[in-house]
Write a protein that binds this ligand. Structure first.
Ligand code: ADP
Ligand code: MG
Length: 465
């Protein structure tokens, strides 16, 4: 049963992504939907009420199927039942039902404006609060690529405005949103009185446009200026949006001047967000900039180990290392791969093998091919390009044309795979020093021979396909 729950948890965000509806709409229809059974041919979701079941069947069943396929890696027929039906058929026992048919957005709790902002934050985060709780400082794994960013976030979480604004940047899938959520979680526990507003930049933009269209901008401004901590995720979306930049600038300044904490994330540093007004750029640069870099091998291993343990996936060290070699640039991808592996292996009651890892990676990252397949491609392309057959490249022959092709093949393997010099030497039956010499040869030519660099780049492009 545990298995099905984690697949259910994994699939809901994918459904949300596929549907692309506003979080409130998504929660309305999917808030209490769960995957309750899965075989190799059929999946059953349960909806809390008849009405919701009907809506899901008429509007979303297709996307639910696709999302599930994303997660488990194979196609199944999707069925949706209501809680009532389930109870009739299976005497499914849960705590008492009487779910109301009316969608309840929950305007609960105390007043004082705080709650409103917190719920605002939750809907903006487009995650159920329980999911949000998963993103903490404790479960953020650190290595040299992200220690500084984490430390900066912790400093701000502990003592807001020590660094203001805090600007975190780095490629997608490297933990920026995780860090923002960790700050929020920390603050909710340790500074419960702070009014926190979290927004994805796109939501901020959408709200502003809506307010402008309705001719009713004051409440919008008011909401943002009333908070103590403002977190805007993916601020790069401000690029080129002049009017929004203008509005954001005023919000920013108002908060900043009244000593409120501002935390921003972006997929690039402020100087590369273009076009961005100079004054905003200098505001962004006026605080602390912290970057997150792609994880190195050790950190990837640590993350894979931890995430596998978290979801209860048994995986050998050898396979952990293999995954760490193949998935280098994106922690989100690593997580996705582990969840799929978990699904595939738990259904077939088999263990994680290299073939399964390859299969899962080919689905989540089609451009990422295994080293042996990559080597084959490189040898094939180089052979064709220079008219030298692969056997000759691997042989001891030293003819000029053969040696040239061999140098290039060696260089490309070094450049496009994570093989060590020694492993490359193994392919060509040569020692480590010879491999180095080939690489030097190509690098030197790229710098000095006209057109050579272009040729190598062209080859690389062909190989990537
Ligand atoms: P970004 O916002 O930079 O695109 P996210 O914060 O959404 O990336 O991270 C993608 C996924 O990877 C999340 O599920 C997150 O929990 C996980 N992740 C990223 N970095 C780490 C880390 N250092 N330790 C643990 N999980 C991480
Ligand atoms: Mg993010």
């Amino acid at each position: 049963m545990d298995d099905i729950k984690s697949i259910s948890d994994a699939v809901m965000p994918v459904i949300e992504q596929r549907i692309g509806a506003a979080p409130a709409i998504f929660n309305l229809w999917f808030g209490e939907v769960e995957l309750i059974s899965l075989s190799d041919t059929e999946a059953v979701f349960v909806a809390p009420t008849e009405l919701k079941k009907k809506i899901l069947i008429t509007k979303y069943i297709h996307q639910m199927g696709n999302a599930l396929e994303d997660v488990i890696g194979f196609t199944v027929e999707v069925k949706i039942v209501s809680r009532d039906e389930l109870e009739e058929v299976e005497e499914f026992i849960e705590d008492d039902d009487d779910e109301d048919d009316i969608p309840v957005p929950d305007p609960t709790e105390e007043d004082d404006g705080k709650e409103e902002i917190i719920s605002e934050f939750i809907s903006g985060a487009s995650d159920k609060p329980s999911m949000l709780d998963n993103y903490t400082f404790d479960n953020f794994v650190v290595g040299s690529s992200n220690t500084f960013a984490k430390a900066a976030c912790m400093a701000v979480a502990k003592e807001p405005t020590v660094y203001n604004p805090l600007f975190i940047y780095g490629n997608s899938g490297l933990g920026k949103t995780h860090l923002l959520y960790a700050i929020i979680n920390y603050m909710k526990h340790n500074h419960p009185n702070l009014k926190i507003v979290y927004k994805k930049c796109e939501t901020f933009l959408a709200e502003l446009i809506e307010a402008l269209q309705a001719g009713f901008v004051a409440p919008f401004k008011e909401k943002y200026r009333r908070c103590d901590v403002l977190l805007i995720d993916d601020i790069q979306f401000l690029a080129g949006k002049e009017m929004t930049q203008e509005e954001f600038f005023h919000t920013f300044s108002a908060l900043y001047e009244s000593d409120k904490q501002i935390i921003l994330t972006s997929d690039r540093p402020p100087k590369d967000i273009k076009p961005l007004s100079d004054r905003l750029k200098s505001r962004f640069e006026g605080g602390l900039l912290a970057d997150v870099q792609p994880p190195n091998f050790e950190l990837r291993i640590a993350i894979i180990r931890k995430k596998a343990d978290d979801i209860g996936l048994t995986i050998s060290n050898e396979m952990v290392e293999y995954m760490a070699e193949r998935l280098q640039n994106n922690i989100r991808q690593i997580e996705g791969a582990l969840k799929r592996l978990y699904a595939v292996c738990s259904f077939t009651a088999t263990s994680v093998t290299k073939d399964k890892v390859d299969e899962v990676i080919s689905i989540i990252d089609p451009g990422n091919i295994p080293a042996d397949a990559m080597i084959e491609r490189i040898l094939g392309s180089v052979s064709k390009h220079y008219g030298v057959d692969i056997e000759s490249m691997k042989s001891k022959k030293k003819t000029d044309s053969i040696a040239k092709a061999r140098h290039v093949a060696i260089y490309l393997i070094r450049n496009m795979t994570s093989l060590t010099l020694k492993e490359i030497g193994g392919i060509f039956d040569r020692n480590h020093a010879t491999v180095m010499a080939s690489i030097d040869y190509v690098e030197l030519n790229m710098r000095t021979v006209n057109g050579y660099e272009r040729e190598i780049k062209q080859l690389k492009k062909e190989i990537k396909g």
